[in-house]
Design a protein around this ligand. Structure first.
Ligand SMILES: Cc1cc2nc3c(=O)[nH]c(=O)nc-3n(C[C@H](O)[C@H](O)[C@H](O)COP(=O)(O)OP(=O)(O)OC[C@H]3O[C@@H](n4cnc5c(N)ncnc54)[C@H](O)[C@@H]3O)c2cc1C
Length: 372
């Protein structure tokens, strides 16, 4: 049998892609090496853009907390908390719950999802693409959507190139009653000691996700930042439910997203916000566009949509990261101002894209001043 669309990887990008393709009537198969529900290293913070996409596709969004307050610190000091007016800023999910909800919605949309099914290689000719699985079985499809992360087979096949690589480390801590009370509805963002680094506490009811991220290549420093961060927060004696790390990679501006019949979405395409490393909204958006384009047999439409909508946002994210890496105190101070906080609130709610953040008067002036 020749499938219309084969999707490699069943994270948010792959499942959104398969949902869109199957909903458009394409015979769609998803190949996933794990079994849902499965753990994924991720803060699980949904900005408004992700939440709205999830709400329109899932029977129910499995939120563990909704956030309306943010505490900002700089290396654990200079703490202040800002509260949002007019509804929550972020929704916290556990990725095992969230991805499982997408898995069920994708099945309901009519896609076939094969789990415990590792893709080893992709090949293509004028007629079709052939995917070889670990047990040597082959799957043939007219179009392939690679959504297997930035270190996956698809990204290599397409030749995606990256110009920013970061290491994220996280611990999931069992929350005590006092922790639940202290953190409900509030996240903490700490601007870290190394250029471009930051840490977070994201509450998820009975667990706290505590993580840090910084440029790849400084493993010992990244570990030390996380250890010191947990210690400063007074959380060292909590039970560690999980302790994991994962790389995030942003594509070069001129990186390909397609090779012939194969396109890449989400992390596999290096599509994520360079400053915050927010990737779920990029995965859901790019996945949905990829699925629709593949179902319509117009893969070039996908490249155009990413270029028009995500590339400008990424370019601004890079500039904001450059400012932040040079002058983290400027970002810290900006959050204390009405303009900075309002832009942050609107970004979290998905009412303001990164590309528009930089157009705000005070922010544009600061970015220009720093030459980023
Ligand atoms: C520490 C950290 C914290 C983060 N926090 C946030 C956050 O709070 N909010 C946010 O929006 N983003 C966050 N991100 C980014 C976010 O996790 C990713 O951008 C998002 O998961 C990308 O989704 P995806 O579907 O592209 O890839 P993934 O979620 O990685 O899914 C890829 C899937 O492909 C499967 N796969 C891989 N190889 C194969 C193979 N060979 N064959 C078959 N299947 C395969 C994997 O098992 C997996 O299920 C964070 C990232 C890190 C590292």
């Amino acid at each position: 049998m020749i499938w219309d669309v084969a999707v490699v990887g069943a994270g948010p990008a792959g499942l959104a892609a398969a949902h869109a393709a199957a909903s458009a009537g394409a015979r769609t198969i998803v190949l996933e090496r794990a079994t849902h529900p499965r753990y994924k290293t991720c803060g699980g913070g949904l900005i408004g853009t992700s939440l709205r996409l999830a709400e329109s596709h899932l029977a129910a969004v499995p939120g563990r907390d909704t956030i309306d307050a943010v505490t900002f610190t700089r290396g654990g000091r200079r703490s202040f908390t800002r509260r949002a007016r007019g509804g929550p800023l972020l929704t916290m999910v556990r990725r095992d719950d969230f991805d499982h909800a997408w898995y069920e919605a994708t099945l309901k949309a009519g896609a076939t999802v094969r789990q415990e099914c590792q893709v080893r290689a992709i090949a293509q000719d004028d007629d079709a693409a052939t995917i070889t699985l670990a047990d040597r079985e082959t799957i043939v499809a007219r179009s392939v959507i690679g959504a297997d992360g930035s270190a996956g087979v698809s990204s290599r096949h397409v030749g995606v190139t990256f110009d920013q690589e970061d290491l994220g480390l996280e611990v999931e801590l069992a929350a005590t009653e006092a922790d639940r009370h202290a953190w409900r509805g509030r996240v903490l963002l700490d601007w870290g000691p190394f250029p471009g680094s930051y840490g977070w506490v994201f509450p998820k009811d009975d667990q706290l996700t505590v993580g840090v991220i910084m440029t790849k290549g400084h493993g010992a420093e990244t570990k030390r930042y996380l250890r010191d961060f947990v210690c400063r927060l007074g959380l060292t004696d909590r039970t560690v439910v999980r302790d994991s790390g994962h790389l995030t990679r942003c594509r070069r501006t001129d990186s390909p997203l397609r090779r012939g019949r194969v396109i890449v979405a989400g992390d596999a395409g290096g599509l994520l916000e360079p400053w915050t490393r927010e990737g779920i909204s990029y995965a859901l958006r790019s996945g949905s566009w990829a699925g629709a384009a593949a179902a319509a047999g117009d893969l070039a439409a996908y490249e155009r949509q990413v270029a028009a909508e995500l590339a400008p946002e990424m370019s601004v994210g890079r500039r904001l990261l450059a400012v932040f890496a040079k002058r983290p105190m400027l970002i810290h101070a900006a959050m204390a101002t009405p303009v900075g906080w309002r832009a942050f609130e609107m970004f979290c709610r998905g009412q303001l894209a990164m590309a528009d953040v930089i157009d705000r008067r005070g922010i544009r002036a600061a970015v220009k001043l720093l030459g980023a």
